[in-house]
Ligand binder design. Structure first.
Ligand code: ATP
Length: 244
């Protein structure tokens, strides 16, 4: 479970978060949908423990992120918006390195690495250096490194940006599998189709505030629309910065 309560954050004169509160439950895929500059990335950075706010708190399961950042991070997998690989390392070494960062070293690290490699069907490429990997192969290695410590919660910032169709499909299926296994998935997006296709719950954010929250069907009902895109326009009064 992931929750933020009453977050306010300024960057100079810009109010990036304005009393932002939302909750993402276990066993659900929750999408934060909002136009450019709405505060999505800022909110996720607070959950990772990378950013402090002027007011409010962030919670990962029963842990307060500000008070116990390391404990919170152990329960969190993060799929970054831009990803790089250490190209001199093999996929196995890269994933094992991240296992080590989460305290899984020695045999425990190797076992965890082997387990996620099998889960994501990476056996064929596990012992190749990542230099020259296709985009789909790279994405799977990054996914494996984010999940190697078996976090209960998984946060992704615009996960499919720049991914090809095949990689996007693989990633979406993984998110559904994790959801079905009872994990909490939270991702940000400004791609309407992605949110409509994947999310159990949608949190619509604009100008650092939640303007609506509910299932895609509830948001449509609430606004008297049949399509999420139209519901979104009705909720925030514009579709600027949102991709169909
Ligand atoms: N480090 C920073 N310094 C100054 N301003 C920032 C910083 N980080 C974010 N902002 C500002 O805070 C606001 C919210 O930004 P944020 O990146 O959270 O939006 P977003 O919803 O993720 O947008 P996008 O969809 O474009 O990625 C924006 O006006 C942005 O310019």
């Amino acid at each position: 479970m992931l929750e933020v309560r009453q977050l306010t954050k300024h960057f100079g004169d810009i109010k990036a978060l304005d009393q932002l509160s939302f909750r993402a439950e276990d066993g659900q895929i929750t999408g934060i949908l909002g136009p450019n500059g709405a505060g999505k990335t800022t909110a996720l950075r607070v959950l990772y423990g990378l950013l402090k706010t002027e007011t409010g708190s962030a919670q990962v399961d029963d842990i307060d992120v500000a008070k116990e950042p390391l404990a919170a991070r152990r329960k969190l997998g993060v799929f970054p918006d831009k990803f790089g690989l250490y190209e001199r390392l093999t996929a196995f070494e890269q994933i094992a390195y991240f296992a080590g960062l989460h305290g899984l070293t020695g045999n425990a690290g190797k076992a965890a690495t082997q387990a996620i490699i099998e889960k994501l069907s990476l056996q064929d490429i596990a012992h190749r250096r990542t230099q020259g990997f296709s985009q789909g192969q790279r994405m799977k290695v990054v996914l494996a490194q984010a999940l190697v410590h078996q976090p209960q919660n998984f946060v992704l910032d615009e996960p499919t940006r720049g991914l090809d169709v095949m990689s996007t499909r693989i990633l979406r299926q993984q998110l559904r599998d994790l959801r079905d296994a009872g994990h909490c998935i939270l991702f940000s997006s400004h791609v309407m189709q992605e949110v409509a296709a994947l999310c159990d719950q949608v949190i619509v954010v604009a100008q650092g505030r939640v303007v609506a929250a509910g299932t895609p069907e509830q948001l449509c009902e609430q606004t008297g629309q049949t399509q999420l895109e139209e519901a979104f326009v009705a909720l925030i009064g514009s579709d600027e910065g949102i991709a169909a």
